[in-house]
Ligand binder design. Structure first.
Ligand code: PHE
Length: 365
């Protein structure tokens, strides 16, 4: 690995800095990678239009992990050994970040996840960062919302046992909901890729919960909402950021409307950082940016700011500057990275209303 940069350096254009990115551009959570990539590209285009960084233009190499953990790991290996990237923006889904980040760590290549919220992700080591909050907070947010806003005392959980993110969030929600007397009346499982959830939903129905927490990704959640309503289960469904996709409504249709999830930002914000971003994003892509687009944008801006401050382009120099990120004015809030290289930020609760994401409330850490 140490030798390769010298070799590829001969063919590399001297006036550019290469950043790597990998994510799901295809597969059942493709909107995660596609949106994040749009946010990253918008940020880098702006930076390049303003002259680049350290007098050089930034180029981006994006690889598709097809939504598979093994592909995420090989994408990171390839970015490091073949594309000679100075840093990696990667990994929306926590499971894929957990598979890939240790490779960046062992090669001392800084890795910034825009959106992986599982606490284990940054435990890969001191080269691994994220610009989003973590699930112990996100799970607490919905437990608090259920108890205080929806006034719910009995909840059920339906978790994706094949998904580290879903399992982590379900565990936190259960623990937080039980504090102060809430009861989890059923805690059932499915696996990503399943299409029939009627057995679990029938069992949940028999326990009469007042709400169901479904911390999965949008494809399965859309189907679960449809089948729940078909079975006459009318109570609110609640979830986390994994719901945030235009495909959620496309799959769930009216059945998903009115339900709640925690998220990273609201398009209803009047903060100029948000309104400006939405305007620029719409002008470039002709669509409203979801949370991943906003997080991808923030991740790219924070990484480039660290590259700009770093005395040289070594992994160590960039890493050291990343770790000093403080009060960065992001679209998704003011971003400071703590000693665990995680961001500490507010979350918002969103109510699904077609593809309008209705802002309900903000919950602070
Ligand atoms: N937080 C999710 C995970 O860790 C990924 C995600 C973030 C999905 C934001 C949608 C929006 O797996």
């Amino acid at each position: 690995i140490l030798v390769l940069p010298l070799i590829s350096g001969c063919t590399k254009k001297e006036n550019e800095i290469v950043i790597g990115e990998y994510d799901s551009l295809t597969g059942s959570d493709a909107t995660f990678g596609l949106s994040s990539n749009k946010g990253v590209r918008l940020a880098l285009d702006e930076i390049n239009a303003a002259g680049g960084v350290k007098g050089k233009k930034i180029s981006l190499v994006t690889l598709d992990d097809q939504g598979k953990n093994e592909e995420a790991a090989s994408a990171v290996t390839r970015l490091i050994t073949q594309n000679n990237v100075v840093a990696i923006i990667g990994g929306v889904a926590s499971g894929r970040s957990k598979a890939a980040a240790p490779i960046a760590q062992s090669n001392k290549v800084p890795f910034v996840s825009p959106a992986s919220t599982n606490p284990d992700v940054t435990k890969a080591g001191d080269y691994v960062f994220r610009v989003c909050f973590i699930d112990p907070f996100q799970g607490m947010v919905m437990a608090k919302f259920a108890k205080e806003n929806l006034k719910i005392k009995k909840a059920a959980i339906l978790r994706d046992v094949k998904n580290d993110y879903s399992v982590g969030l379900a565990d936190v929600f259960a623990a937080e909901f039980k504090k102060g007397g809430g009861e989890i009346v059923a805690d059932l499982s499915y696996q990503a890729g399943d299409i029939d959830f009627k057995a679990q939903l029938t069992q949940i129905r028999s326990k009469n919960p007042e709400a169901i927490y479904v911390p999965g990704y949008y494809t399965e959640v859309g189907l679960i909402a449809q089948q729940a309503r078909q079975l006459g289960v009318k109570v609110p469904l609640m979830g986390g950021d994994g719901w945030d996709s235009d495909k959620l409504y496309e799959i769930g249709k009216e059945a998903i409307n009115g339900n709640y999830y925690s998220n990273h930002y609201t398009t209803e914000s009047t903060d100029p950082a948000v309104t400006e971003f939405i305007k620029k994003f719409k002008a470039k892509y002709n669509e409203t940016p979801d949370a991943l687009a906003a997080l991808g944008y923030d991740a790219a801006k924070i990484l480039v700011a660290a590259i700009e401050r770093a005395p040289d382009l070594s992994g160590k120099a960039i890493r050291d500057e990343l770790s000093k990120t403080k009060d960065f004015p992001g679209v998704t809030g003011k971003i400071s990275l703590n000693e665990n290289r995680d961001a500490v930020k507010s979350a918002v609760v969103i109510q699904v209303d077609g593809n309008n994401r209705k802002f309900v409330t903000t919950i602070n850490p």
